[in-house]
Design a protein around this ligand. Structure first.
Ligand code: 6PG
Length: 233
């Protein structure tokens, strides 16, 4: 499923409405909602909207927050995905501390941080993902050994081109999500969006195929600008 929005603000609003709908559904069904947040720059506007105009619609006390990946840095580091989400949203809303399950990127042993997080993650109602210009998602990069992971739910691949480890949910975990939402914005992503959505399977993002869940792409017009006219609503 592909939804195309007029611009980045409308994209964030569409994603906020989807987030709220998934949270209400899960709370109705089982009393709580589990969501994995993505990092990078694109979801920041969504997080800000949830903390502002959508704040009264999110069941914060019944929502458990996880991360689909994290950089190998402490939580106060400028590159930390946790820091970005905390500054944009979590520090402004009444979410119990016990509901925030961050990846311990400060652990010098990235593999250990991944093993620890594997014990923490639960069945996820919603997984947010982004798309890198090279076709990576979460921290599953082209050519990464993690692409072939079938057992572990969280891994700590070495990312040669970034010269660092990352801690990331693996495909088996991403594919177990009830809803998986890719959020992509900007003309600089138009090329990769076309290749990933219309092209042969070769990019990590294309390997995310929820077994029983819904896969949804939310794009702004610029990111969708190279797609065939019949794509999207
Ligand atoms: C990360 C993300 C990563 C991100 C893409 C897109 O930790 O960087 O999880 O997968 O979603 O790189 O990033 P932008 O939204 O900044 O383009």
């Amino acid at each position: 499923m592909i939804e195309i929005f007029a611009n980045a603000q409308e994209l964030a609003r569409g994603a906020a409405e989807y987030f709220v709908a998934r949270s209400a559904e899960a709370v109705d069904r089982k009393g709580f909602f589990t969501v994995a947040l993505s990092g990078g720059s694109t979801p920041k506007a969504l997080y800000q909207l949830l903390a502002e105009s959508f704040q009264t619609q999110v069941p914060w006390s019944r929502t458990h927050f996880f991360w689909s990946d994290e950089r190998h840095v402490p939580p106060d580091h400028p590159d930390s995905n946790y820091r970005m989400t905390n500054e944009a949203m979590l520090s402004h809303v009444p979410v119990p501390e016990g509901n925030v399950h961050r990846i311990h990127g400060e652990n010098p042993d990235a593999a250990e941080a991944a093993r620890e997080y594997e014990q923490t993650v639960q069945q996820l109602d919603l997984i947010l993902l982004g798309l890198g210009a090279d076709g990576h998602t979460a921290s599953i990069f082209p050519g990464s050994e993690v692409l072939h992971e079938t057992a572990r739910l969280v891994a700590a691949p070495w990312v040669e081109k970034l010269n660092t480890h990352r801690i990331t949910m693996t495909l088996p975990l991403l594919d177990s999500g009830a809803s998986v939402l890719f959020l992509v914005s900007g003309a600089d992503k138009a090329e990769i969006v076309k290749e990933v959505i219309e092209g042969p399977q070769k990019y990590p993002a294309q390997f995310v195929q929820p077994a029983h869940g819904q896969l949804l792409w939310m794009l702004d017009k610029d990111a969708a600008s190279f797609l065939a006219a019949d794509k999207g609503q």
